[in-house]
Design a protein around this ligand. Sequence first.
Ligand SMILES: [Zn+2]
Length: 80
Amino acid sequence: MDTKDTKKLKDTKQLKSHKIMKQIKDLYADLEKHQNKCKHKKATKEHKSDTGNWCKEDDRYWTIFSCPTCLKKWSINGSH
Ligand SMILES: [Zn+2]
């Protein structure tokens, strides 16, 4: 294999990666569109906390929501 072939091979590999990346991006956009339509009616809440810090003001509470319908996950600060 001469250097020209090596370069060509590298370009092809790079091209393939770029193509896959674009597909992933497109799929994520699709997923997001789909998730935006979901009402997340079955979303579950998981309360999280980081307490017992030396400085009380560093204590944090947050809630992680996850929807089994559309698989969206998001978090909100606070312990509601
Ligand atoms: Zn949902």
